[in-house]
Design a protein around this ligand. Structure first.
Ligand code: NAP
Length: 327
């Protein structure tokens, strides 16, 4: 290769398709996208399903500021998407297969074989429901075993069902399920709830909700129509059987990190990505925001705030770069 062509080639190699690629379109990704599009960065948001993330399947959001009467998860995410769209955020619905984040130009490989390059990346891949890993759970998934009350609640009209968990999700969704089920038994491994007091008060006042304290599900038993009963062990050493047609497992989340290059990123023992308070990972130009981050509080408002912070950090970083983007 002659030296002139070599110089041109190396210049092209230094050019990225985008200034910023956001992976994941939940509240963190959409807020980062809103800021970035409004800031006129050349940005792409990649989302494998519909924008909105886990909130899409949340029945009711009661604590997002500026909605004093509450709002459905679907409507809130619809508004967040519309807000980013108003500033022209470019979105692509595609599944990311792999990322290489080490160099100044980051490479994002899609499942369809396409490759996208970017100067900065914000990881907003979120989290997904945790399983209890007992016999019957996998086999009966979709046949009475559910991780989403909003999605599956209406199937259990006038039926007796169970909810596993004692956090905000379990209690909020147990309350929601009383709209359909004739009886909702909350099975919790301790004798006090982790959920916030206002939800506890509502649940204790709801006569369709019953509590099984200090209890764990050992097995989900099915028949030809799906779930029929649960084998339960109690802290006092006894066991029992609870007849239900549905079980909603709502015991927290695990990180959606399958596509992330975990050998390049620092993560906690559960696999959530570690960042500093500015959402910077240890890699220059790489940020994480929302439920994929290692942190205590997983609220929609936190995710949105972290998305904004991550975008501001990315913007600051991009201002120092000498590489360019393709026209
Ligand atoms: P969470 O707060 O981590 O609660 C998980 C619950 O499941 C806990 O009660 C825990 O029991 C129980 N659990 C965990 N592993 C278990 C296992 N293997 N077997 C049986 N039980 C198990 O999770 P979350 O309720 O999904 O909430 C996740 C985050 O979203 C939290 O930050 C929460 O505040 C937030 N959120 C907020 C709202 C809201 O503000 N309205 C609504 C939903 C979620 P222990 O208590 O014994 O640990």
């Amino acid at each position: 290769m002659n030296p002139k062509a070599g110089a041109l080639w190396s210049e092209i190699m230094q050019q990225a398709d985008y200034q910023l690629v956001i992976v994941g379109g939940g509240p963190a990704g959409l807020t980062a996208g809103l800021y970035s599009a409004r800031g006129r960065l050349k940005t792409l948001l990649l989302e494998k399903g519909a924008t909105g993330g886990q909130v899409l399947v949340t029945d009711w959001v009661d604590n997002y500021p500026a909605f004093p009467d509450g709002i459905t998860g679907f409507d809130l995410m619809d508004k967040m998407t519309a807000h980013a769209d108003r500033f022209g955020l470019e979105k692509r619905f595609a599944t990311v297969a792999a990322l290489d984040l080490r160099d100044e130009i980051k490479t994002i490989s899609l499942e369809n074989g396409d490759t996208i390059t970017s100067q900065a990346v914000i990881l907003c891949t979120g989290a997904k429901p945790r399983a209890i890993h007992v016999p019957g759970e996998e086999e009966l998934r979709g046949k009475g075993v559910s991780y989403c009350a909003t999605c599956d609640g209406p199937f259990y009209r006038n039926q007796e069902i169970a909810v596993v968990g004692g956090g905000n999700t379990a209690i909020q969704e147990a309350i929601h399920l009383t709209k359909f089920a004739s009886k909702v038994t909350v099975i919790h491994r301790r004798n006090e709830l982790r959920a916030t007091k206002i939800l506890q008060e509502k649940a204790f006042a709801e006569e369709k909700i019953h509590f099984l304290w200090d209890a764990e599900v050992d097995e989900i038993v099915g028949g030809k129509n799906g779930v029929e009963s649960l084998r339960i062990s109690h802290k006092d050493g006894t066991t029992s059987t609870l007849a239900v047609t549905g079980i909603f497992i709502l015991i927290g989340v695990v990180p959606s990190n399958e596509i992330l290059p975990m050998d390049q990123l620092e993560a906690d023992s559960a696999g959530f990505i570690v960042t500093d308070t500015e959402m910077c990972t240890g890699l220059p130009g790489v940020y994480a925001a929302g439920d994929i981050r290692s942190k205590r509080s997983r609220q929609i408002i936190n995710a949105a705030g972290e998305g904004a912070t991550a975008e501001q950090s990315a913007e600051h970083y991009l201002g120092q770069l000498t590489t360019t983007i393709k026209k």
